[in-house]
Design a protein around this ligand. Structure first.
Ligand code: ADP
Ligand code: MG
Length: 347
């Protein structure tokens, strides 16, 4: 992630529009949460104290983020892995984690398993979220063992009392958690009466309404040239989410190993360099960006059109010579007012 830059915020921002002075009207805050930098902008409304609401929002996101965290040694998913069953400790767990599992399982089925919420043994083996990431690929035996413990069909059941899995199954919602939290944060903001704002969960971006009399402009990062962008989307009331191979990776024997795994092989998926998904829900866009990255455009584009017609995607691909090119779903340009960067020079 972090593939996206919202044009106009903090250090990531630059001012392209005439609305620069208007920007000051937005209340801005941020925090380091969920292993990433969170940036929030909210247009104040009368009758509410935006500072107080933003603080409440951040507190809620922090709490919910901890519940969905797959890497926490004390967390729900660590305990589930150990005991093969977990009973919800309270209502807040039930109300957050149960629907998160339901959505994730449904998406695993609808993406032909390309998005898989039970890859935790594999993702831990690769260790990209670990504080001391490995610099060598795992051995064939390590990989085989982790594959045997992975896969969403190992989730046996979940209901209002708890969740059951086959022994040693580790759930990892890393590919959807930020999207879920962004959707929930937006619902909370709307319930308080806010209508315009921006939630940037380190690249999972959700826009409320429009900016000031104009759509939000979000830059898609150039995947091989830091600080440059590939193009710009113009959106209102939509999520823009990117999964890319350039944030968490290592290079071994001239090959890039990154954190987006093909559930079929347990290895980093090779089809794409980055995938940006635009659509109404951040949660779906998040899971889809990962799934489409695994599937690549050949399999991903038909699936997107058939199963998720409200979502559009931009694939950035690399040929054997290291040259980049893009493929877009048919409705991507009209949904986003796609503006390619003149700096798309292929390297
Ligand atoms: P980021 O973590 O950079 O925001 P993603 O939303 O694409 O990117 O999520 C990647 C994370 O999801 C990985 O770090 C890993 O924990 C998990 N993951 C990796 N491959 C898959 C997959 N095929 N399906 C579901 N989760 C995955
Ligand atoms: Mg994702």
């Amino acid at each position: 992630m972090k593939a996206l830059q919202i044009l106009g915020i903090g250090s990531l921002f630059f001012c392209l529009s005439t609305a620069c002075s208007q920007q000051e009207r937005f209340y801005e805050t941020g925090a380091y949460l969920l292993g990433t930098r969170l940036a929030i902008k909210i247009l104040p409304v009368s009758g509410r104290t935006v500072e107080k609401d933003a603080a409440h929002l951040l507190k809620t996101i922090r709490k919910e983020g901890a519940l969905l965290d797959s890497n926490s040694a004390e967390g729900i998913f660590a305990r589930l892995e150990k005991n093969a069953s977990y009973l919800w400790a309270d209502e807040s767990e039930r109300q957050l984690v149960l629907p998160a599992l339901k959505t994730s399982l449904a998406l695993a089925r609808r993406t032909a398993g390309a998005f898989d919420p039970a890859l935790g043994s594999l993702t831990q083996l690769w260790g990209f979220s670990s504080l001391t990431p490995r610099q060598l690929p795992p051995t064939a035996e390590e990989l085989q063992q982790a594959r045997e413990r992975s896969g969403y069909t190992r989730i046996l059941s979940f209901d209002t009392s708890g969740v059951r899995v086959l022994p040693r199954t580790r759930i990892d919602l890393g590919a959807i958690a930020k999207g879920i939290l962004a959707d929930r944060a937006a619902t909370l903001l709307r319930s308080w009466g806010y209508r315009q704002g921006l939630l940037d969960f380190g690249g999972d971006i959700l826009l409320l309404g429009e900016k000031i009399n104009a759509p939000w402009r979000v830059a898609v990062r150039h995947p091989r040239q830091g600080g440059r962008w590939w193009g710009i989307v113009h959106v209102r009331d939509l999520a823009v989410v990117t999964s890319g191979d350039y944030e968490r990776y290592f290079v071994f024997e001239k090959r890039r190993y990154h954190h987006l795994l093909d559930p079929k092989t347990g290895l980093p998926a090779r089809a794409c360099v980055s995938v940006t998904v635009v659509g109404p829900l951040a949660s779906l866009a998040d899971a889809l960006s990962t799934a489409l990255f695994v599937l690549g455009p050949e399999r991903g584009l038909p699936l997107l059109a058939r199963e998720f017609p409200d979502y559009q995607a931009l694939f950035i691909l690399e040929n054997a010579e290291g040259e980049l090119h893009e493929e877009r779903s048919p409705g991507f340009s009209s949904l986003t007012g796609w503006q390619p960067s003149s700096q798309q020079d292929g390297h």
